[in-house]
Design a protein around this ligand. Sequence first.
Ligand SMILES: [Fe+2]
Ligand SMILES: [Fe+2]
Length: 273
Amino acid sequence: MPTILPTPDSISITPRRLHLEFDGLETTFVQGNPVLTSLFCSLSAVFPPGERQFIDSVRYYQDQVTDPEMKKRVRAFIGQEAHHGNLHEVFNDKIQDLGWRTDLVERQTTFINKFIVYMSPERQLAQTVALEHLTALFANFLMNNPDFLGKNPHPDLKTLFMWHAVEETEHKAVAYDLYQQVVGNDKLRKAEMRFILPVFMGHMFESTALLLMRNKKLSHRGGWLKTRNELFGKHGVFTAIKAELNEYYDDEFHPWQTDNSALANNWLQELAL
Ligand SMILES: [Fe+2]
Ligand SMILES: [Fe+2]
């Protein structure tokens, strides 16, 4: 039987609308590394269509929620994801001007979503739950390792990704709790992680390569080696999140079994949000 843990009292799922301009952003804006930059461009390009799909998968079940507190959390989830998509669109336009063809990646994601929407609502919600776990782990990594963006990142770039990381943390259990209330099939929950994780990773890798190719930087050997280290090395992202990623397959898994609310709240203060 899956565990339902309460969201910590100090967490308030608040949609915050931000206005950022990204003036003076450099072309190679993550650690001066074109491969890492291309990876972040790909991630950002995936967010608007990806988060729209998250919203749709949750909205399908919205009417079945009777608990007023849960209703409120679902509304806040939708509000936060909508704002994320909107601000990433502003950012994507900016980096497109710098030569990163985010429109191509966004088009591919929309194409993948065309297949996803033919799947059952249960499967679609389970995929959202799985990707929300992955997103929450990336968010936690970034909040713990802000230097991943570079020693001295553009302030708006830092605000964009840290704001997004904080709000992903705030709402990390909403899709999960909704799924347990309205679907509750734990076997399907795990199966959809096994399905969607390789789809997502494959899409990210291919998009990163595509954007580099468009910028004639695909064969930047130093960039690839550094990126491999940043992702899979001793202190790399996947090395750091591996154990928690695997916890998803435990019967008793719940997103708040790792309570990182203090970290998220510290970032809220630092960003003055
Ligand atoms: Fe988001
Ligand atoms: Fe999210």
